[in-house]
Ligand binder design. Structure first.
Ligand SMILES: [Zn+2]
Length: 292
């Protein structure tokens, strides 16, 4: 099943639902970051959370989730946009837990002390930022808490990561239910009860259940209209042009010292792409800079 996200709406009740598969983009991120199983599972949770929150954005908007927890996986950062492009990293990708990958051990890897920050670029002059304290380290619970507390939208997030016998990720995906203003609260409670009654998302994903099937099991009886299905992919916005601009900003003395070293290597945090600048190109950047 290709990575994708489905957006549905129960018009009468004013409740929207999102469900996604993020297996391939998680695998690509794990591979790019050479992440150990536990760190990779945590990274996958972050990417899935960002994909879900990104689906609530409008065209040209972008968002970032940052979790700075007390656990050994370190800082988790994930970003997404309204087009299903997702990227992210963990600061300790080589963290190898002695425990098997489970929702509890992933929560311990993140840690239950710390902060979750969501930043949104909605195209205005200032960025929107919301911060909440971590409660349990379970990322889906933390995101639910953020949406309810900071954005004040009744919501429920569930993220599922399934692994094989060696703890390598085999499936990943997520689900988000949200009440729109004036939503039917009774109906929302029914949906949340049904969500509680469903098997864990990791199990559904492992069984090959699609986002459509998962959402249909919640909304039932033709109450939901499918609004959109969009592909999701690991995609980084870094480029040679951008790193060149960054080099132009560091100043002539710094560029000269890089030229003395023989080259400059700029590595992107998010995707590990390396941009290498030789002496000749650094000379051109220096000439451009001194010409300004
Ligand atoms: Zn990159």
């Amino acid at each position: 099943m290709n990575d994708h996200l489905l957006r549905v709406l129960d018009r009468e009740a004013g409740i929207r639902g999102f469900a996604c598969v993020t297996t391939a983009l998680s695998e690509e991120a794990i591979c790019r970051h050479h992440a150990a199983p536990m760190a990779g599972a945590v990274l996958s949770q972050g990417l899935t959370g960002a994909a879900l929150l990104g689906a609530t954005l409008k065209v040209r908007q972008r968002m970032a989730v940052k979790v700075q927890g007390s656990g050994p996986s370190g800082k988790l950062a994930a970003e997404s946009d309204a087009y299903g492009r997702v990227r992210g990293y963990v600061s300790a990708p080589d963290f190898a837990s002695p425990q098997a990958v489970t929702p509890e051990s992933m929560a311990a890897a993140i840690g239950h002390n710390g902060l979750l920050t969501v930043t949104k670029d909605v195209g205005l002059k200032d960025l929107y930022q919301g911060v909440v304290s971590l409660q349990s380290g379970r990322l889906d619970e933390e995101l639910t808490h953020y949406l309810v507390r900071s954005e004040q939208i009744p919501s429920a997030v569930e993220i599922g990561v399934a692994v094989d016998e060696n703890d390598w990720l085999t499936h990943a995906g997520g689900l988000l239910l949200q009440a729109l203003p004036g939503a039917d609260e009774k109906r929302l409670r029914v949906l949340l009860e049904r969500l509680d009654d469903l098997p864990p998302l990791a199990t559904l994903l492992r069984d090959g259940e699609t986002p459509y099937q998962t959402l249909a099991a919640l909304f039932r009886d033709g109450e939901m209209s499918v609004l959109e299905e969009r592909p999701l992919a690991f995609s980084c916005s870094c480029s040679r042009e951008r790193t060149r601009k960054a080099l132009q900003m560091i100043g002539a003395a710094e560029i000269r010292s890089l030229m003395d070293e023989g080259q400059a290597v700029i590595e992107c945090h998010f995707c590990h792409e390396e941009y290498i600048y030789g002496v000749e190109e650094l000379g051109e950047i220096l000439a451009d800079e001194t010409a300004i």
